[in-house]
Design a binder for this molecule. Structure first.
Ligand code: NI
Length: 354
């Protein structure tokens, strides 16, 4: 029976892969999930629009398993027979596999429903890719009657056959920021008559490299990265521009730490602007909080992984990852744990998610 379930899930994954849908647009994916649940005879309800919550087993407190449904705005160039048929959209994070595997789990659980010691809730979450689908589903009652929640992400950087499920932080809190440094433009030959925002921006970029090295404990995970620095208009070689635009990210193992990091970035910005005679505006946009596993549930997940994959399958080195994950929102309201399942193939280069 398990072979049949896995074969069906493989077909389902390829079908979903062929027709990916972006965040909050998972209509066909939701319809497919619901028809699969109907075929299994598992009752479900729509939750937060394109989300679905299903339940099986006895009444009373349940454990929940969650998957995510959405794809990414990328063109697929894999040439696979089941490659995306939707231009500009691809399941490049493997959420198709997460969804298919939860349907597979649903089929197995349905077959063993009479033997289940407690209820099981299945949560098919839309909008994981920055759309805060978890919060919307919780507002719509997804965690009613749930005593613990579990989820996983495939992880190509870990080899197939191993898994990570640390107690504590597993994924980081992330935030984006945009900073505009305002100087005063002028002729490149007369720098003393203007205020150069490029020199100020360069000093700022250099200075904030020390936020992690000098303001963060060596034991803590944190990242400050500048991802965009725009000033001037190519090919002009004789104009000092008025302003410089910088964009970046801050990430940390706890949500509080992430916010403290950006507070430090802002202090440095103010000091450097004062030194250069510029002014600046900054826009800070926190996205997901940290995904922090609860101790008892992480231990339960590790025990299950050891039982299913093998006694030596757990590799928690290098946690937390500096990626971010909407599952963390569930863990702020309910005990649970998030697992990273190794998906790397031996001898092949790591193809990261996204
Ligand atoms: Ni993902």
């Amino acid at each position: 029976m398990l072979d049949e379930i896995v074969a069906h899930a493989t077909r389902l994954r390829r079908d979903l892969h062929r027709r990916p849908e972006l965040t909050w647009d998972e209509h066909a994916t939701a319809a497919r999930v619901r028809s699969e649940l109907d075929a299994l005879g598992i009752p479900w309800r729509a939750c937060a629009g394109t989300g679905t919550v299903a339940r099986l087993g006895p009444p009373g407190p349940a454990i929940a398993f969650r998957c995510d449904l959405d794809a990414l705005p990328l063109d697929e160039r894999t040439g696979l027979p089941w490659a995306s048929e939707h231009q500009g959209c691809m399941h490049a994070c493997g959420h198709d596999g997460h969804t298919a595997s939860l349907i597979a789990a649903a089929a197995w659980l349905k077959h063993h429903e009479a033997a289940l010691p407690q209820g099981v809730v299945l949560i098919f979450q839309p909008a994981e890719e920055g759309g805060h689908g978890a919060a919307k589903m919780m507002d719509d009652g997804a965690l009613e009657g749930v005593r613990a929640i579990y989820g996983y992400h495939n992880w190509p950087a870990l080899p197939f056959g191993v898994a990570a499920c640390p107690v504590g932080p597993v994924m980081s809190a992330n935030a984006e920021w945009t900073i505009t440094i305002q100087g005063r433009g002028g002729h490149a030959s007369a720098p003393h008559d203007g205020i150069d925002p490029i020199v100020c921006g360069a000093a700022f970029v250099g200075a904030i490299q020390q936020v992690v090295s000098r303001n963060t404990a060596p034991q803590e995970a944190a990242v400050v990265t500048v991802t965009c620095f725009q000033a001037g208009t190519p090919p002009a070689d004789n104009i000092i521009p008025d302003s410089a635009l910088l964009v970046g990210t801050v990430r940390a193992g706890t949500t509080e730490r992430r916010d403290a990091l950006f507070a430090r970035v802002r202090e440095i910005l103010a000091g450097i602007c004062a030194a250069h005679g510029t002014t600046a505006t900054s826009d800070y946009r926190p996205c997901y909080g940290a995904t922090v596993n609860h101790p008892a549930e992480a231990e339960a997940a590790r025990a299950a992984l050891r039982a299913v994959i093998g006694p030596d399958c757990i590799r928690d080195a290098g946690m937390p990852l500096m990626a971010a994950e909407d599952f963390g929102a569930f863990l702020t309201r309910c005990p649970g744990a998030f697992v990273l399942l190794g998906a790397g193939r031996p001898g092949q280069p790591i193809e990261g998610c996204h």
